[in-house]
Design a protein around this ligand. Structure first.
Ligand SMILES: [Ca+2]
Ligand SMILES: [Ca+2]
Length: 244
């Protein structure tokens, strides 16, 4: 049997009006839970599959990052000898924030490697110039941040430390814009994996819909109570008039 859209609308309104308050709250809590649901990690660049990342700090490899976890897997080796540095760039879209940089792999007989961050689509120094930065001959405020990392950082977010060790310094999370990453080893060959997490600065459309549904249903319930209260008050007043 066909049900008219008017009947469906009346049914929806009646259902929302009679839901207990805790159901309205559950709807809103479900919306909030959906907004913090972690997205699955994705390897966005793997040197073993996608080829060697460039060592050109002025023309880094562009990598497409999306909301969620973006993992880059690579190898660096003795940048002042036969090896290489890895340099890539990515964009954080408008309305999105870069929240973390987690070390997912570090394998080497060398205890430390370096990762530099710049808030542009290039990194200003190469490995030899960074030596001059170490000796104080070049300013490190030409790039945003950086730190050494190691196997002791496995599973840890090193973005906050990168804000305080090298470079101009910053406060995480970082806003939308172009960024470049410069990874360097001056010692033994090092396998690494870094995961960059991007999050939307505003709730996703589905989450907004759920929040609106919860809010509207709460408002309708309150409005229903107010109408019934006014009707009861009106009835009492009418009774008083009749008594007079
Ligand atoms: Ca490499
Ligand atoms: Ca080293």
């Amino acid at each position: 049997m066909a049900v008219s859209s008017q009947s469906q609308s009346h049914f929806r309104h009646a259902l929302l009006r009679h839901l207990p308050v805790r159901c309205h709250l559950i709807v809103m809590l479900l919306a909030l839970a959906a907004s913090v649901r972690p997205l699955p990690a994705a390897i966005v660049y793997d040197e073993a599959v996608d080829g060697e990342l460039t060592s050109d700090n002025l023309a880094p490899q562009p990598i497409n990052f999306t909301i969620g976890d973006n993992t880059v897997v690579g190898t660096v080796e003795s940048s002042q000898g036969v090896g290489n540095v890895d340099v890539f760039t990515f964009n954080v879209p408008t309305g999105v924030q870069w929240t973390s940089m987690v070390v997912d792999n570090y394998e080497s007989t060398d205890s430390l490697a370096f990762v530099g961050i710049n808030d542009d689509s290039f990194f200003p120094y190469n490995t030899f110039e960074l030596d001059l930065v170490n000796f104080g001959d070049l300013p490190d405020d030409a790039f945003l941040g950086g730190t050494t990392f190691s196997s002791f950082d496995l599973g840890n977010d090193i973005l906050p430390r990168s804000a305080n060790v090298a470079g101009r310094g910053f406060t995480a999370p970082l806003p939308s814009g172009d960024y470049s990453i410069y990874i360097q080893q001056t010692g033994a060959i090092t396998d690494y994996a870094l995961t960059f997490n991007l999050v939307s600065a505003v709730p996703e459309p589905g989450v907004v819909s759920l929040l609106l549904l919860g809010s509207v249903s709460l408002l309708m319930r309150r409005r229903g109570r107010r109408v019934s209260l006014l009707m009861r008050r009106g009835g009492r007043r009418k009774g008083l008039c009749i008594d007079r």
